[in-house]
Design a protein around this ligand. Structure first.
Ligand SMILES: [Zn+2]
Length: 144
């Protein structure tokens, strides 16, 4: 179904989420390792900046992929394409629309006549379209 989030985007979403967890996990793991004695090891201290940088970079990339997966390339603002963004975000707007519909149903407003739609009455003698509540024709003055 075109309105559903594609498998590729789902893979991006979950894969990105995993990367994010892995990156943050590595960061926390090395912080704990350092606190538990790793900082006393010169070798550990030497590679620590690289490890921390890499784990944060992995987490950042993972977070980005996660966002793209959830909202699509255009939907997350990576591609400036409002038309595609609308399509990418359709599963969400559809959901929001559904929620709005539910709310309207609860308040019993969905059945009411949509505003902006006026009803006109045609004058029989001249054919002029008059406002719904007028008693005389606006054009020829004959009673309606
Ligand atoms: Zn008339």
């Amino acid at each position: 179904m075109p309105d559903q989030i594609s498998t590729r985007r789902k893979v991006l979403y979950y894969g990105g989420g995993l990367l994010m967890v892995a990156g943050i996990g590595t960061f926390i793991f090395h912080s704990a390792w350092g606190a538990l004695g790793g900082f006393e090891n010169p070798e550990f201290n030497e590679r620590l900046p690289a490890v921390m940088f890499t784990s944060m970079a992995i987490a950042a990339v993972g977070g980005l992929l996660n966002k793209i997966g959830a909202r699509g390339l255009a939907g997350s603002g990576l591609i400036l394409n409002p038309d595609r963004a609308r399509k990418d975000l359709k599963p969400y707007s559809k959901m929001a629309g559904g929620m709005l519909e539910d709310a309207l149903e609860n308040r019993d407003l969905s059945q009411s006549v949509s505003p902006g739609e006026t009803i006109k009455i045609r004058c029989r003698p001249c054919g002029w379209l008059n406002e719904e509540d007028s008693n005389f024709c606006h054009e020829c003055g004959k009673p309606i």
